[in-house]
Design a protein around this ligand. Sequence first.
Ligand code: C2O
Ligand code: CU
Ligand code: CU
Length: 483
Amino acid sequence: MLTRRDLLKFGAIAGAAAALPLERLTGAFSTSAAASTQAGPPVPLFGVPLSVPPVLKPKRLFGVDFYGITMKEATAEILPGTTTPIWGYDGIFPGPTVVARSGRPVIIKQRNQLPEGTAVHWHGGNVPSSSDGHPLDSIDPGRSRFYFYPNRQPAATLWYHDHFHHKESAHTYAGLTGLYIIEDKAEQRLGLPKGKYDVPLIIQDRLFNADGSFRPPSPEEFVGDVLLVNGRPHPFFEVEKRAYRFRLLNGSSLDGLIELGLDSGGTFHVIGNDGGLLEAPVPVTNLPLAPSERADVVIDFSSYELGSQIVLKNAFAVFGGAADVMRFDVTGEAGYNDGLPATLVPVERLSESAAVQSREFVMAFDLATARMLINGREFDPERVDITPRLGDTEIWTIVNGETQLPIPHVFHTHLVRFQILDRDGAPPAPEEAGWKDSVRVDPGARVRIIMKFGDFPGRFLYHCHLLGHADLGMMGQMDVVLP
Ligand code: C2O
Ligand code: CU
Ligand code: CU
């Protein structure tokens, strides 16, 4: 992980920021009020309880789950005593959670009642191109679109968010994000904590104006100074002395890389990555989580005293980011504790020898034009950059080409899940050895990933998931072709 010292080595952050034109971030936010650097109201630590987004109820017909979601403007009480205008799926932030069943299709009718176009992307989904939320398949204000999600993939914590051309960052910052959970039998047999002991934690950084509204970042700002969990600022959560499953999503729209750990120094277990469960739980005390990455973890509070307060910390609080995420308050005895299984699910290893194609993607900021490029080009939705064949296994080398500025990137693929082969030649840590769709690529690093193309042909994107970078062109397009 990029450390604070590494960053300092590259020179003062302010100096780096000054090299970036105003457009660097604020350009993406033209729909919001003009950027200002006035401080937001004080945000008390651990002053509000955690809440959990509601789970949507489907209408089940012919073996398909049907949903309707309306994207609209609304307000939310995020900071106590203030109201925040948001753009929300069904007018809430974060949006409602969809819980799907592996193998049972979902159809969602998305209605756009916002003043701008939208495109709903199912992040992590094995999805037909027409339902992927491609920027050219946008929904005009007042219109709607049906999205078809086949759920031909194992249990995983996925999400959905806006992908409107050049507005990914601003639209998700305004609130357009929600969780999409897939369940399956293999997972159910494991006896993992469930029901109220299975809790999503969507972590997002934000900046606020004094009136409580979201403030777009100024050119000197890279991350928000407030961390929201499920839309609540630095909340507390009352837990029983037992194991909980937490589905962590870093849903930041800014450059909010985080590195999670408990202030007790306690160990917790990673049981899943972006695309599904791991082969076995991996004990960690520290867990980097870049924007768009998910980590499924189990924290067992049974060894803590009643009355203990355990803070979930962010060890990567650079650029003015927050060091505290939330607090767990151990307030209840548990009637029963779920054991952590020794093994989870088999993970099929993609073998290097099966690869028939290799490609390289260099991600770099171009100082001269102030654009973010992949292989020297900026995104053009009309251009196809690569044409992988359906069924092929490919190895991609992702290079962070930053040599002057300490800019991390996060490489994300639509449609396919991948496995990390190595990071600068070293195998991935066991806690990120499972199925991934996003991977952090630190300044100067080379990460090799392997993937097998299925199940759908057509146009899909790959891009940096620091969404401000994607807005500035750091995105490419593949046309998956039939063999
Ligand atoms: Cu969450 Cu194209 O990404
Ligand atoms: Cu995606
Ligand atoms: Cu980037």
